[in-house]
Design a protein around this ligand. Structure first.
Ligand code: FES
Length: 87
């Protein structure tokens, strides 16, 4: 059974057009923000941690995710621009 749309699991279609599920990664546990939420926020104009926090709450509770959230924002920006992601 397919998970609900708000679930952190995402369906992808591979080269053989069969679907597989990929687990999203929680970046902010306090506020339930995943890497996919951050990608969506960046795609819709969030360009800083403050903007992300205002939109999703990410990093605004205990704050221990802020470093990872900033990294996720940079990766999301790279994806949005079609740039390779640095390791
Ligand atoms: S884990 Fe993000 S604010 Fe606590």
């Amino acid at each position: 059974m397919a998970p609900a749309l708000d679930s952190p699991q995402i369906a992808f279609c591979n080269a053989n057009c069969s679907y597989y599920w990929m687990q999203a990664v929680y970046v902010c546990v306090c506020n339930g923000v995943t890497d996919r939420d951050i990608q969506r926020a960046v795609d819709e104009g969030c360009d800083s941690l403050d903007a992300l926090a205002a939109r999703t709450g990410c990093g605004s509770t205990c704050g221990c995710c802020r470093e990872y959230a900033e990294e996720a924002i940079l990766q999301a920006k790279s994806k949005s621009l079609g740039l390779p992601i640095a390791a």
